[in-house]
Design a protein around this ligand. Structure first.
Ligand code: OGA
Ligand code: CA
Ligand code: FE2
Length: 492
């Protein structure tokens, strides 16, 4: 086909003057159709088309009715469907689950709003909205004194282990895999594109090296130790940046030695199972969390065990997200096995965090939310003039919101937004939080995380697999912290 080709119709209408048929008035053209032969055959053709059309419409209605009937007959929440449209987008062997569950989210109304809850017979709890971004609540007296004591004792009986996150190893691996040149890394870091790297530009992207938290002073120390900042202006040009290879960085940190206070997290923790056979207090807490969050009990049952954390004096946990962003190629730890895929990214998919304070702390130890209810969120502006808002040893006082630990109080928040259709949506970047340094005494908390895969199909498939397991193996199927990476646990 060339651009010049014209349709037959164009012959009548072409403005080019190349028309071969002379234009006639419409009435003259119509006169032919007035002849008997013409109108009869015309009528027959029209009727044939009309009938074919009607038959097509009826057939289509039958088809729609028949196929949706079949769908209803075979689909249930946990059963594979025969939905043709959805299946055409997936490999035919994969079951497709009809989404008939809608996750309810507790409404915040406004900051300071108080709602009454009936979570335990004969007792009314009051729940206060602390922020809307993230959606965050506080419930005093959620646990009784006795319950707090039992949880701490069970944790001690089981034994606590050092909590240490080796965060950045993967990232370096990733950078190596991506095969980025120093120029490319430099450009990624150079946020304001002025051709120089300011200290905060480096820290924004690598606050943590091998689990070590870097401060602006540390970075200056490294510059001096490795003699990279040749002109001594505190900024790194591309040439200076080239001297700061990963190896040099590593060697420097090794030589210097590390103290516990320089880690991302300075605490000890353990895990307590809450399934059948667990201590009644642990089962009661799980049931109360289910009522509080208004989520289907299965989702709470299949979530991680209770994590009990103890901070000694000087302990802290720098600001972090309990669960990461979810991209199309991100797997959730808990559904990963069921999904049977290998993906480069993995996160714990903790939709909700319920944090319990098991004791009142003598000094410090607040839970800080540095950007709660900020008008905007900007990763880069978290470090300004050498003030790193994520640093909970130094800058908790500059956080937008701090919750003071009080024995028995629970706070809970959503780490993900809603997708607007009743399921888990994107990560809520405002859910950034950390544990401020304990300045006096010790601090005990417990975390109950509720794991939900933002991909409904993966979550449903996982639940189907788990529900097919024999009853008595049920507890073993609760998400094991071992699957989370570095954590080790023993069954109590
Ligand atoms: C955590 C956490 C906050 C605190 O354990 O993930 O954020 O106040 N803890 O201890
Ligand atoms: Ca710059
Ligand atoms: Fe946390």
């Amino acid at each position: 086909m060339t651009d010049n080709q014209e349709t037959p119709d164009a012959q009548d209408t072409t403005p080019s003057g190349r028309a071969t048929l002379p234009l006639r008035p419409p009435c003259e053209r119509l006169s032919c159709h007035k002849s008997n032969v013409c109108s009869r055959s015309y009528f027959v053709v029209v009727m044939v088309f009309f009938h074919v059309y009607i038959i097509n419409v009826i057939a289509l209605l039958f088809y729609v009715h028949y196929s949706s009937g079949q769908e209803h007959a075979t689909q249930s929440r946990d059963a594979p469907s025969s939905n043709q449209r959805l299946e055409s987008r997936r490999p035919p062997s994969k079951p497709v689950f009809l989404r008939d569950v809608s996750l309810s989210r507790v409404e915040g109304i406004r900051v300071g709003h108080v709602q009454s809850l009936s979570l335990v017979p004969g007792k009314v709890h009051e729940m206060r909205t602390l922020s809307l971004k993230p959606l965050l609540f506080e419930i005093p007296g959620f646990l009784s004194e006795d319950e707090c004591r039992v949880v701490m004792q069970l944790a001690q009986l089981k034994g606590l282990m050092e909590s240490q996150l080796m965060v950045q190893e993967d990232q370096e691996e990733l950078a190596r895999e991506l095969n980025l040149s120093p120029e490319e890394i430099f450009n990624l870091l150079d946020n304001n594109q002025d051709g120089q790297l300011q200290i905060h530009e480096i820290l924004t992207h690598s606050r943590v090296r091998d689990g070590i938290w870097l401060t602006p002073e540390n970075l200056r120390e490294i510059y001096a130790g490795l003699n990279v900042d040749k002109d001594g202006n505190g900024l790194l040009s591309l040439e200076e940046f080239r001297l700061l290879s990963n190896d040099a960085f590593q060697r420097f940190l090794l030589q210097r030695g590390v103290e516990r206070s320089q880690l991302v997290r300075n605490s000890r923790h353990t895990w307590l199972y809450q399934g059948k056979g667990a201590h009644q207090v642990l089962q009661d807490i799980k049931a109360r969390v289910t009522r509080l969050t208004r989520l289907p009990p299965t989702l709470v049952d299949l979530s991680e065990p209770l994590q009990v954390v103890c901070y000694q004096e000087g302990g802290h946990y720098h600001a972090h997200h309990d669960s990461g962003p979810v991209y199309p190629e991100t797997a959730c730890t808990h559904t990963r096995l069921a999904a049977n895929t290998s993906t480069p990214f993995e996160t714990s998919c903790r939709y909700i965090t319920v944090l319990f304070y098991l004791n009142s702390v003598d000094g410090g130890g607040e839970t800080a939310f540095p950007v709660a209810d900020n008008r905007t969120y900007d990763e880069v502006s978290l470090i300004q003039n050498d003030v790193d808002l994520l640093d909970t040893r130094r800058n908790c006082d500059k956080s937008n919101l701090r919750v003071k630990p009080a024995k028995g109080t629970a706070v809970f928040w959503y780490n993900y937004l809603s997708d607007g259709k009743g399921w888990v949506g994107e990560q809520d970047e405002y859910a950034l939080h950390g544990g401020c340094m304990v300045t006096r005494g010790t601090k005990w908390v417990a975390n109950k995380w509720i794991n939900i895969d933002p991909d409904y199909q993966r979550q449903a498939h996982y639940q189907q697999l788990v529900s097919q397991q024999p009853e008595d193996e049920d507890d073993g199927l609760t998400l094991s912290p071992d699957m989370q990476g570095t954590d080790i646990h023993q069954d109590l």
